[in-house]
Design a protein around this ligand. Structure first.
Ligand code: ADP
Ligand code: MG
Length: 974
């Protein structure tokens, strides 16, 4: 049986002979009935590895000794943190290859420094320290690396914490051999890559010595650190030739580019010109970097924990809290679980874990946490507390909302906290103040897992009855999110009453009362509430629902959040702000919100993910994955531009740079994948036929009508310079041209969709940019920067029209328009004729980057556009699907109005580098604004989602400047 399997898929294009693969660790089994027998080898699960293939003749003399040592180190789990592990190796004698199975890694230093890798990295002082630390270790073990270069220093992003590792220790001869074979890369990358040959990392006199001295590693290490600090620059020169020359002359010409008080200046200088006395500069350098490690721990104690104490510290110059934990084997598992889970979490109401760092002596694991002011317990009992001054907390309702929000976020990530109590709720030092759920030492996956449940610690006061009940038994039932809800209900009460437990004032009674379901204190609290204290009653009721004895009667956190949101919204509407949602979604996703359900489809070139939540009051940050994400890497699709749901939401179409793809939903099978000529720019689903869509590219001369059920184009429609396409019924499609401003209506035969004929033609003007169809009035609207026209199919002239004043500057031109569609139930009295007379059906909005946002209604008496806002640089306008809201957005601002009375609800300042791509509302039938969300995609933005959420804010100018004005500079022609 082979131990090592190479899948022959090139793993890293920058290093020759690197492949993906796996290896099977050897495991032996002794037959208990026959202790004398030979050990049997048993099958073990294979593990992922990076496979390094090296020609026999390229291996250095003595490679085997080093390789054996590294394999053994790995076997006994004593591989140094900064050395890449070697799992095993094998020889292919016939073909003259040796295969090494190495620990997988994320990137080489070369990729990081040349900008090809943008993933996780340790911070700067850690990188410096770790590289030197790894090399020092090799030297102590008597191993000279001999070929240190940017390809042999790697980033292991999978390890906790992320670490730099030295690879390829003493396995191969020098990299010259390899670089000649290199095939990939454009000219520039090849040039950078050539720099990785070992002759650029050693002094010429060191080159020919076969039995190298440790000196060669000093020089290389010095050059590497500089290369890292100066993003791929070489300390001895800017081009290959001068580097060689300067190495020969020992003239590090670029060193001056590093400030001489930089912590690495002296070390680099000492390393690149090695001392003549043969002493290694590395131990001193290591010591210096160790001292400069960005984490400093003071002796100021913040709190005692069961795994260790929490001290104040500094991390990259910022104050932090450092939870120090000894890493004895028994606790190691718990600690590692805590940090790997915690690292992934990112929420305003959950304490952020900034870094995990081994202490310099490797005895402690240090969790670097965002520094908080104190706990809820400290706050309730300020007499006992002697830490730094606690800030004034936000209104009670908001405090509760934040706690619920943080805990619900943890639940949404499939975790149970299991230790919610006042001393695990921290108070931020930020303004506005935020409550933070902390201490994830007992967090657990909600799915049943093997981890033992038996440990219960500390006080029993906050434990749900179903957990308390079983305390004496050996087997504790699985903690559920409902148990967390119970604990948080108790914490809510504790907070509202400044320190009282709902089940009793006397700590001895509490567990007993919990088991007896005797909510002593809550009962008397309710009795003492003032008659007019409406919110007090709501909150008491809420807590009562949260601490119900029976789990199934206990309210869920989604409902808690919704109720608190309602209370908050009722309290103060001016505090109602839009907030950006930090994408748990990552970078450059396009978002398509499901038209009727709480589902958000997000796609980028690698993944398709669906998010969902229990109700629309849940902030986007807490939305959870609806199903396993779909990976798309192998499809090689390129960048994504848009995502569109079809009419009955059974399919989702995405426009990628290369292909147009349609998935079935929810199965996510690919129904259609095609490279249409001139990649498409827009996808238009047919309003009644679920498989039919039209795709086109602006400026192209064809529209492709496609059928996802047959996975192909069924007919192309020819039209010069297509600028907009809109289905206007199941068989009719309107196609606008930017060439002469005509709008052509094509009709497809009912039973043979492949034949199309032109049935109507309008002329919008010089060109036409957008089309919109209104089902109720059966009118088509066309739009360009010179005006809006509304067409009936029975007339050749527009029914209404608005002409925008001539704008010379590109900037001043009207950019976007929207037609408010009042969906209604479609059965309004009077049908089309009545609909055509109702002013309600004729509200248009448009935005001009220079002049602001306008609305226009041709049926209103004056027929004049009204200016809603003078805000500049608005690029996009959109109505919510129910017609209740209008949003306008640009790089700098997002504005929202009620479309009923045009009161401006909201204004948010943004500062986006790139323009807006699209914007759409998520709406429910509820009239509560807190149950509305807006999704916004920015071009290349990290921010893609915007939502209405609660936030204490100092900006209160929002609702003030609203007056609409008639715009003198706009004329109506008709
Ligand atoms: P344990 O798991 O042992 O309970 P915690 O993480 O709860 O450890 O920390 C113990 C105590 O340390 C907390 O109750 C609190 O007083 C203090 N503490 C923990 N984290 C922070 C922090 N980020 N900022 C300020 N104080 C903290
Ligand atoms: Mg704690």
């Amino acid at each position: 049986m082979l131990e090592l399997v190479c899948n022959n898929q090139l793993f890293n294009p920058y290093v020759d002979g690197m492949y993906g693969g796996y290896w099977k660790p050897k495991k032996y089994h002794r037959n208990p009935r026959d202790p004398g027998a030979k050990l049997e080898m048993i099958e073990v699960e294979q593990k992922e590895a990076t496979i390094r293939r090296i020609k026999n003749e390229d291996c250095l003399d003595g490679w085997k000794v080093v390789a054996d040592k590294l394999v053994e180190d790995n076997l006994y789990k004593r591989t140094h943190n900064n050395i890449l592990r070697v799992f095993c190796y094998e020889e292919d004698v016939t073909n003259g290859w040796r295969y090494f199975a190495l620990e997988p890694y994320s990137a080489t230093l070369y990729e990081y420094c040349t900008g090809r890798y943008k993933g996780a990295m340790p911070n700067q002082s850690q990188v410096l320290y770790q590289i030197v630390n790894g090399i020092c270790y090799l030297h102590v073990e008597g191993i000279i690396h001999g070929d240190l270069n940017p390809l042999n220093v790697v980033v292991a992003a999978h390890s906790q914490p992320v670490r730099m590792k030295i690879s390829d220790s003493r396995l191969t001869t020098f990299s010259e051999v390899r670089s000649e074979e290199r095939m990939i890369g454009d000219g520039t990358s090849l040039k950078n890559l050539e720099l990785c040959q070992s002759k650029y990392w050693t002094l010429p006199e060191q080159k020919d010595v076969v039995e190298k001295k440790a000196d060669v590693d000093f020089v290389a290490a010095g050059c590497l650190l500089f290369y890292y600090l100066k993003s791929a620059k070489h300390v001895f020169g800017d081009d290959l030739e001068s580097i060689l020359k300067n190495l020969k002359e020992k003239n590090p010409v670029n060193l001056k580019e590093l400030s001489n008080n930089h912590v690495a200046y002296d070390p680099i200088q000492k390393m690149i010109i090695p001392p003549t006395n043969g002493l290694s500069p590395l131990p001193k350098v290591k010591e210096k970097f160790e001292k400069a490690l960005s984490l400093q721990v003071t002796d100021k104690l913040l709190g005692h924990g069961s795994f260790g104490n929490v001290y104040e510290g500094k991390f990259n110059g910022d104050p932090v809290a450092v939870k120090q934990m000894t890493t004895t084997t028994a606790e190691r598992k718990i600690i590692q679980r805590e940090m790997s889970i915690h690292m992934e979490l990112n929420h305003v109401n959950v304490v952020k874990l900034l870094d995990v760092a081994d202490s310099a002596d490797n005895r402690l694991t240090q969790l670097v946490l965002e520094l908080c002011a104190g706990t809820l317990e400290d706050w309730a009992d300020e007499k006992k507390y002697n830490g730094p001054k606690l800030p004034k907390l936000p209104p009670d309702e908001l405090v509760l909302y934040q706690i619920a929000n943080g805990l619900h976020y943890i639940h949404s990530r499939n975790l149970v906290h299991r230790d919610i109590k006042p001393d695990n709720i921290l108070i931020s030092t930020t303004t506005p103040v935020q409550m933070k759920v902390s201490d994830l030492s007992f967090v657990k996956k909600t799915r049943k897992d093997i981890y033992s449940q038996s440990e219960i610690r500390g006080t029993l006061l906050w434990l749900a009855p179903e957990r308390l009940k079983f305390l004496g038994d050996s087997e504790l039932p699985d903690a559920t999110i409902k148990s967390d809800t119970f604990s948080s209900g108790c914490v809510f009460f504790y907070f509202l009453t400044r320190g009282i437990h709902p089940f009793g004032k006397n700590v001895v009674d509490v567990p007993v009362n919990i088991l007896k379901n005797k909510q002593e204190e809550l009962v008397s609290y309710k009795q003492n509430l003032a008659a007019d204290d409406v919110n007090g009653r709501i909150l008491a009721r809420l807590i009562e629902d949260m601490i119900q004895f029976e789990e199934k009667e206990r309210i869920g956190l989604p409902e808690v959040i919704k109720q608190l949101a309602a209370v908050l919204y009722g309290m103060d509407k001016s505090k109602f702000q839009l907030s950006l949602v930090e994408a748990s979604l990552g970078w450059d996703y396009i978002i398509g919100s499901h038209p009727t359900e709480l589902i958000l489809a997000c796609a980028n070139e690698e993944k398709l993910i669906f998010y969902t939540a229990e109700n629309l009051a849940i902030p986007f940050s807490n939305w959870r994955k609806k199903k396993e994400e779909v990976t798309l890497q192998h499809l090689n699709l390129g960048r994504v531009y848009s995502l569109e749901w079809n009419i009955n939401r059974t399919q989702l179409a995405a426009r990628y740079h290369r292909d147009t793809v349609v998935w079935s939903y929810p199965e996510c099978e690919i129904l259609f994948q095609k490279k249409l000529p001139h990649f498409t720019s827009t996808i238009n689903w047919n309003p009644t036929r679920p498989n039919l869509f039209a795709a086109h590219y602006n400026g192209d001369c064809q529209v492709f009508v496609c059928d996802s059920s047959i996975g192909d184009v069924i007919t192309p429609i020819d039209c010069k310079r297509v600028s907009a396409v809109k289905w206007i019924s199941e068989n009719r499609i309107a196609v606008a041209s930017s060439w002469n401003g005509t709008i052509k209506i094509f009709e497809m035969e009912e039973n043979n969709l492949t034949t199309t004929r032109l049935v109507k033609e309008f002329t919008h003007g010089e060109h036409c940019d957008y089309l919109e169809w209104n089902e109720m009035t059966q009118y088509l609207a066309s739009f360009s920067d010179n005006g809006i026209k509304i067409w009936s199919m029975d007339d050749d002239m527009p029914i209404y029209s608005l002409k925008f004043p001539l704008q010379k500057e590109e900037e001043e031109k009207v950019k976007d328009f929207a037609w408010r569609l009042c969906t209604g139930n479609g059965e309004e009295e009077g049908g089309i004729e009545m609909a055509r007379k109702s002013a309600n059906n004729f509200t248009f909005a448009y935005a001009s980057p220079r002049n602001g946002v306008f609305i226009w209604n041709p049926l209103e008496s004056e027929q004049q556009p009204r200016r809603l806002s003078q805000e500049k640089y608005i690029e996009t306008v959109a109505f919510s699907s129910d017609g209740r809201f209008l949003a306008a957005g640009g790089k700098k601002k997002l504005l929202i109005w009620s479309a009923e009375d045009w009161v401006q609800i909201n204004k948010v300042n943004m500062d986006m580098k790139y323009g807006l791509r699209n914007m759409s509302f998520f709406t429910t039938k509820s009239t509560n604004l807190y149950e509305n969300k807006l999704t916004v995609n920015y071009e290349y933005g990290d921010w893609s989602l915007i939502e209405c959420a609660f936030e204490e804010s100092n900006i209160s100018d929002s609702a003030s400047e609203i007056p609409t004005e008639s715009a003198e500079d706009v004329m109506d022609l008709k």
